[in-house]
Design a protein around this ligand. Structure first.
Ligand SMILES: Cc1cc2nc3c(=O)[nH]c(=O)nc-3n(C[C@H](O)[C@H](O)[C@H](O)COP(=O)(O)OP(=O)(O)OC[C@H]3O[C@@H](n4cnc5c(N)ncnc54)[C@H](O)[C@@H]3O)c2cc1C
Length: 468
């Protein structure tokens, strides 16, 4: 690894792989960091070492990643796996950690392609052992071929139905599906239907997953209004309200999911401006047409900027790379615009159905803003909704003040699992828009870093033999 690159990319998902490949093709010195052992990101996780023999289980969308991974491997970008980026400064100094050793390097241009994470699902009992996210269940399946039989899937959004469908194809029994999509969402989504119909294939795919799950005889409950995961230390059941009545399923496994949101921690810690999106109920990075943020030379591509899906991430990655190549004088403006044009058209096609999906699978308020005050909001510091509301009553006006009141957001996850919930609870309590309340202020290191690693950065390297 060198001390300086033309372009450094963080995240080897579709956005980062496409960006790094394009940038290297144009002769730039490119490094691509990812904390995973293999390139692929969330969607194409473990693809190059997939052990599931039946390709039908993970489906054709998963194997689409093969071409991207091959192009990356055959291109000139240096892929540095198993490496966490814990800092990118506005001057584009990059802090990385790998195998317990931290290091600093720099780049003329940085592309953050840190992708998405699942939206927190703060219902009573969501922190019990045996309750996990549907995405985590999928990680087990993709990376180790492991699965938990007889789980209850609960929540809303395409990824929930996709993972359940992958379980079905793999022959893993599913106990029940509790769908929390509010019935009124369809009406709200209707005005966006014409756009979605132009990309009808995606809609039909989602419909097919649900039909297959129903046809397989898996109990499928629509319109779940409330949810409680029960148990003392681990899950013993799930209680849910449906049409005003409470029901219970005994289970020791529940997979929760209510959509994905941009993984913004690194971009926020760099200082890139973000705005609240009412449509996606999360923070979006403010970027220009080339993905560049308001921190010069720091661009953001893919789901890390705004949720648009894997194919869109790929096109956004390429567009962002063309922008970065131009800024480091490796591509003139005319070539940049010409090369980006087909990517922009493809990106626009991918985004046609997004407003419809966002509205159709908009998670209900009660699943984002806990009604039951005993619900844990910050998992790391075990802070409840009651404590957050009490802090607001005492005059706490935003998530950053809340750190002082309660240590919320100060644990190892650095607000990944509570940041959105905190901003929304405070906004609701203060009766102001979430944008006014703001987000947790993030500072490097954005991922856990050993003190020894940090201290070692200050120690000058041993001189080579013969050097003085
Ligand atoms: C758990 C999960 C599972 C998903 N599964 C699917 C699916 O099966 N099908 C589908 O269509 N969509 C899926 N999605 C949605 C999907 O993530 C995206 O649409 C698509 O992968 C986005 O591509 P991307 O390149 O923007 O980011 P991603 O694919 O998410 O890639 C981001 C990469 O950045 C890396 N990274 C992040 N931060 C750092 C850091 N600080 N240092 C080093 N590396 C870092 C991550 O390890 C990751 O590999 C999933 C989302 C989640 C959260």
């Amino acid at each position: 690894m060198k001390d300086h690159y033309d372009i450094a990319v963080v995240g080897a998902g579709p956005a980062g792989m496409a960006a790094a490949t394009v940038a290297a093709e144009h002769g730039a010195g490119v490094v691509l960091f990812d904390e995973q052992p293999l390139a692929g990101g969330q969607i194409y996780r473990a693809l190059s070492r997939q052990t599931l023999a039946d390709r039908d289980v993970l489906g054709p969308d998963y194997y689409h990643g093969e071409a991207l991974i091959t192009a990356l491997q055959n291109g000139g970008a240096e892929h540095v796996a198993d490496t966490t980026v814990w800092e990118v400064t506005p001057e584009r100094e990059i802090g990385i950690s790998s195998g317990g050793i931290a290091r600093l390097l720099s780049a003329d241009q940085v592309i953050l392609a840190t992708g998405a994470q699942e939206r927190p699902f703060p219902v009573p009992g969501w922190t019990l052992a045996g309750a996990m996210s549907a995405g985590a269940a999928q990680v087990l399946l993709k990376s180790a071929g492991l699965a938990e039989p007889d789980a209850v899937f609960a929540g809303t959004g395409p990824l929930l139905y996709l993972v359940a469908n992958q379980y079905l194809k793999a022959g893993i029994p599913i106990r029940a599906i509790l769908d929390t999509t509010p019935g009124t969402n369809s009406l709200g989504a209707l005005p966006h239907l014409p756009g979605a119909l132009m990309g009808a294939a995606a809609l039909l795919k989602g419909r097919r997953w649900i039909t297959e799950l129903r046809n397989a005889g898996i109990p499928f409950v629509n319109g779940v209004e409330h949810l409680k995961v029960t148990g003392d230390e681990s899950v013993t059941g799930v209680e849910y309200a449906h049409r005003g009545a409470w029901h219970r399923i005994d289970t020791n496994r529940i997979f929760l999911h209510q959509g994905v949101v941009p993984n913004v921690n690194l971009a926020m810690a760099t200082g890139c401006t973000h705005r609240w999106s009412d449509a996606q109920l999360c923070w979006h990075a403010v970027t220009d047409a080339w993905g560049e943020s308001d921190m010069a030379g720091v661009a953001i591509a893919g789901d890390g900027a705004a949720i648009n899906g894997a194919r869109a991430a790929e096109y956004a990655g390429r567009i962002t790379a063309y922008g970065a190549l131009h800024r480091c004088a490796r591509l003139d403006a005319q070539s940049r615009d010409r090369l980006a044009k087909p990517c922009r058209q493809a990106l626009a096609r991918e985004r046609r159905g997004r407003a419809f999906l966002d509205r159709l699978f908009r998670p209900a308020d009660q699943f984002r803003i806990p009604q039951d005050d005993s619900t844990i909001v910050c998992r790391c510091e075990e802070v409840t909704a009651a404590r957050v509301r009490a802090s607001v009553a005492l005059g706490c006006i935003g998530p950053n003040q809340l750190k002082g009141f309660s240590r919320c957001g100060m644990g190892p996850c650095q607000g990944r699992m509570c940041g959105l919930t905190l901003s929304e609870i405070i906004a609701q309590s203060r009766k102001v828009p979430v944008g006014e309340v703001g987000a947790l202020r993030l500072r490097p290191p954005v991922k856990p870093l050993m003190l020894g690693e940090l201290a070692a950065l200050a120690v000058p390297p041993e001189p080579e033999p013969g050097e003085h």
